[in-house]
Structures are given as C-alpha cells and as structure tokens.
Design a protein around this ligand. Structure first.
Ligand SMILES: *[C@@H]1O[C@H](CO)[C@@H](O)[C@H](O)[C@H]1NC(C)=O
Ligand SMILES: *[C@@H]1O[C@H](CO)[C@@H](O)[C@H](O)[C@H]1NC(C)=O
Length: 511
C-alpha cells in the first residue's frame, strides 16, 4: 500500500483514524481488519455531497413545468438542517441538478413494455435526478474517529445524511440516497504469502470443481460474456493480456490491484504463466463507476453495462454502497434504490447479475429502508424486494466453510465463495506492475468472482448442449441446487457453495 495514497484518502476525510498501515497484520474476519486493509486507498474524485433523487409522478410533473423545482425543494429543507444555520448568517445550498441517467442509457419505452409482462414496474429513470451541492466546502463523508481502537465504518457526513432524511420526507420525493465513491468490497492482501493456491477450483467440499467442468464442452465459459463493474484494473497483466479484456466505458483509475485480482480469478489465461481462471475461455470486459465526466454513478454504469451485453451474459457488481438510512458504508449496492432499479432492468433483459453482499458484517434480514421496509428479508414477502440478482457472501477457505465475520448475511444471500486465501493476479497501486500475484485476495470481492465463474461454466455448457443460455432465475436456482452447505447454515446464512460436478452430473443444466 502506498502511504501517500493512504494520506490522500485520509485527507479526503473518509477514514480519519490511524492503524491503517498496520492493518495487514490483523486477523481477517473482523470488521475493523477488513476496513483497515480495504484495497488500495486512492483519493476521491469529489468530496462534495452528491445525491440521487427520485421524484414521484406528481413531483416529475412539477419539475417538467419548472426546472427550478428540485432546487426549491433543497432550499426548502435548508432551514431544517443543523449546522447550516449557526451564527449570524444562514448558509445556502446551491444545487446543480441534472438527470441521474443519461438518455442513451435509459431503458426505452418499448423495452419497458416488453419486460412488464409479469406486472413488474420497469422504471424509466426519467424521474431520477442527481444533485451536486458543490459549495460551502461541505463534506460528503464523516471524519468520525475511532473509539478504543475500534474503527467506525466510513460514513456519510451528518449534513449529507440530514439532507437525505429531510428530502425523503417530502411528498414529491420517492427516494433519495448518496452518490459517493468508496472502495470495492475486498481486502488488499499483498503481504504474507500463503499456500491457498487456487483451491477454489478443486472438488467439493473445498471448491466449486471447475476442474471437472473443464472436461465438459462449454465448461470453460466458451461463448459466455462477463462484465466486471468496478473502478480500475491492469488489463496488461502478463496473465490477463491474452484475454483481450476491454473497457466498455468509464475511467480505469482507482483500485487497479482489486480489479486485477477479480479478473484473474475468472480469466487468467490457460498458458504457461501464473494460474488459470475458472472460465478462461469466457469473453471478459470491464466498466467503471467512475464515469467519463468524473462523476461516480453506479446506476448509470449498470444500465450502460446491460445496454452493451447479450441476454445470458453475466454482470459482476464489485462495489459497496452507503446506506441512506444510517449513512454507513459496506452495504450491497442494491441498498440504494436507483441501483436496485437498474439491476431490475438488467435481469429483466436476461442478464445474470452477481452482486457482492459486501463486508459490513451486517444481518441484512434486520435492515429497514427509508420507508421502514425489510427489503432484504425473504421472510417478509410484502416488504422484500426482488431484483433477480444472485447475492454472494464470504466463507473461510477451510472446510467446513464458515461465514467470515465481515460478510453481510441473511436470507437474501443465495450463495457463498471463499473470502480469504485466494490465489490470483495482482498489481501495484498504480496498476503498472504486470507480473504480480497474490495468495491472499479476500472479502466478498474475492467470493463473488468464484460465483461468476460457476455461472459462466453453467451458461457455457447450456449454450453447447441446448443451443441457448439460461435465464437469471434458472441460473440462480441451479447454483443453489446441490451446493456445499456451510458449517452452520442456520447462523452462517450465506447460502451454499455451488458444486459444478453435482450440477452437471445431476442433470440440472436444462431449461
Ligand atoms: C485476443 O485477440 C487475439 C488477436 O486479435 C486473438 O488471436 C485471440 O484469440 C484473442 N483471445 C481471446 C481470448 O479472445
Ligand atoms: C423501500 O422499500 C419499498 C419496498 O419494500 C419500496 O417500495 C421503496 O421504494 C423503498 N425505498 C424508499 C425510499 O422507500
């Protein structure tokens, strides 16, 4: 880890406590250590509060009549926000308002009509705006410090959170959350060589048995497309170069060591160097949440990705999100409504979406959104929100696999992968080193590519056998069938580790 980059991050106010450089020495499995070693800490693109805001139909009508409508909503709540009215002068928030999703990335009316067969409301994204509060030197993230050595997760600043909560109370506002950059859901290994050596490829119960899938036509991921969404990669790494991985859109800039590790697990070339990916014949591409204009916009990125993908291909969401209710980081991206709606469009189009459960150590079943709904709890069907994505938790590499302490968990989590000791490609903080490897990539970031690999093997075999790829619902069912249970399923609550041999031999790869 580069100390100067670390300082840039600290300077940006996201993590204001020390102990980070020594983080590698901490045990994995606790929240603090995950935070301490979370990827390469690069500076933030922008640190002023930016929000995504969805208007109700009534609100949209008003905004279309009067382009200053949203601005007036923001000034209307100013007086309610602590910290803006101290002293003699009232401080004014002057927002820039723009659409959240550019016209060209929005689902067309025809597409929405086609997807609406089951009565699922497919959003148009016309109601979503972004608000950039680019003044007063206000900070989007808090600078809370650690209490007794235990670090608080990065969190939205009090002001940002108050803005969210006040705006959310308005009749014309349907939803609001932050647009704030942060690290992807992994732990950056890089010291302490271990002997994991790709045990995730091995037969159950240790791994998913990719080695068996390779003996079946299509089991190497042939004719399957994979897109990794995060913020940076070294696409010239010696063991990735042959895979011709290309960037769909956005800036390849932040956390390249993380992206390089993720790609290696799936796509390391089948050659004489390094290791081998789970599906070395799949066609990999990448897309960045750091948009070409410098904004950070996960929903627009997800929509742009699926506009560029074919039905049956796989989109991997290697990202975490700030919770609009409590303000803390390390939640799955679908905690933010715009991201959930974007995922819904993708799965509606037949794209398999694999979403990291993320590293907050939270019980997702207990989570309640801004309307007090348990959106991740499958036991409450009237509150639960289905996106069609496959959600992935993280387990120990050792057998029996148990949930690692940092992994979010609950009934929403479908499957798990290894969250430690992962052997894969790596690079330096600038993404320029082409010959590095690690034995200890980890986090739900390390777990999720294992699931993408399993899904790609299933889709490759389906393509070869049936002449077509399977639907998101079918792939999710297949991956959770005959998998390896965790040590204590009732308390781990991270689903199963897919077992490709059991899936293939059990005749599950059918429509
Ligand atoms: C990468 O591109 C080269 C040259 O166009 C081609 O020969 C090779 O088959 C490609 N590899 C993959 C994995 O697509
Ligand atoms: C909260 O969850 C419910 C679904 O259970 C959803 O209708 C609502 O849009 C979500 N978000 C907000 C801000 O209420």
């Amino acid at each position: 880890m580069s100390v100067s980059r670390l300082k840039a991050w600290l300077g940006a106010g996201l993590l204001a406590t020390a102990q980070l450089t020594s983080g590698y020495a901490l045990d994995l499995g606790s929240k603090e250590s995950v935070e301490a070693v979370t990827s390469t800490l690069s500076s933030l693109a922008s640190n002023a509060p930016r929000l995504a805001l969805k208007l109700t139909p009534e609100g949209l009508k008003k905004q279309l009549e009067d382009p200053e409508f949203i601005t007036s909503l923001v000034s209307g709540v100013e007086s309610l926000i602590d910290g803006l009215n101290t002293g003699r002068h009232r401080r004014r928030l002057t927002p820039n308002v723009a659409p959240l999703v550019p016209q060209e990335h929005r689902p067309s009316a025809a597409l929405r009509k086609r997807l609406d067969v089951d009565g699922v409301q497919i959003p148009s994204f016309e109601e979503w705006f972004q608000i950039d509060i680019d003044d007063l030197g206000l900070s989007a993230v808090s600078t809370a410090s650690s209490k007794s050595g235990k670090e608080a997760p990065p969190a939205l600043s009090k002001l940002t959170l108050e803005l969210i909560h006040q705006l959310n109370k308005l009749d014309t506002v349907a939803s609001v959350h932050a647009l704030q950059q942060g690290p992807p859901p992994a732990v950056n290994p890089n010291d302490d060589p271990r002997s994991g050596n790709q045990g995730y490829l091995n037969a159950a119960p240790q791994g998913i048995n990719a080695r068996y899938a390779w003996t079946i036509t299509g089991g190497d991921g042939a004719r399957v497309g994979i897109v990794d969404m995060e913020q940076g990669w070294n696409l010239n790494h010696e063991d990735l170069r042959a895979a011709n991985i290309t960037l769909i859109s956005g800036r390849n800039r932040d956390y390249p060591d993380h992206g390089t590790a993720v790609l290696g697990q799936m796509l390391m070339a089948d050659n004489q160097i390094g290791g081998v990916g789970i599906v070395p014949a799949a066609k990999g591409r990448v897309i960045s949440q750091s948009r070409p204009d410098g904004s950070y916009n996960t929903a627009a990125t997800i929509l742009d990705a699926c506009n560029n993908m074919a039905s049956g291909d796989i989109l991997l969401l290697e990202a975490q999100e700030f919770d609009p209710v409590g303000g803390q980081y390390y939640w799955p991206v679908s905690v933010a409504d715009a991201n959930h709606e974007a995922i819904l469009v993708c799965t509606g189009r037949g794209i398999i979406v694999v979403e990291a459960a993320c590293n907050g150590g939270n019980d997702l079943d207990a989570y309640r959104n801004l309307s007090n709904k348990r959106i991740f709890n499958r036991a409450f069907p009237s509150e639960y929100r289905e996106s069609g994505a496959i959600m992935v938790g993280a387990s120990s590499a050792s057998v029996p696999h148990f949930r690692l302490g940092y992994s979010n968990h609950g009934s929403r989590v479908d499957v798990y992968g290894w969250g430690e000791n992962i052997d894969t490609t790596f690079t330096n903080a600038d993404g320029t080193a082409n010959n590095l490897y690690t034995t200890s990539f980890s986090g739900t970031s390390g777990a999720s590519p294992i699931i993408v690999g399993a899904a790609a093997a299933v889709q490759g075999i389906a393509q070869a056998r049936l002449g077509r790829k399977l639907s998101p619902a079918r792939v999710r069912t297949i991956l959770t069938t005959s998998g390896t249970a965790s040590r204590t399923p009732s308390s781990d609550r991270i689903g199963v580790l897919p077992n490709l041999k059991a899936i293939i031999d059990g005749g599950h790869i059918r429509v």
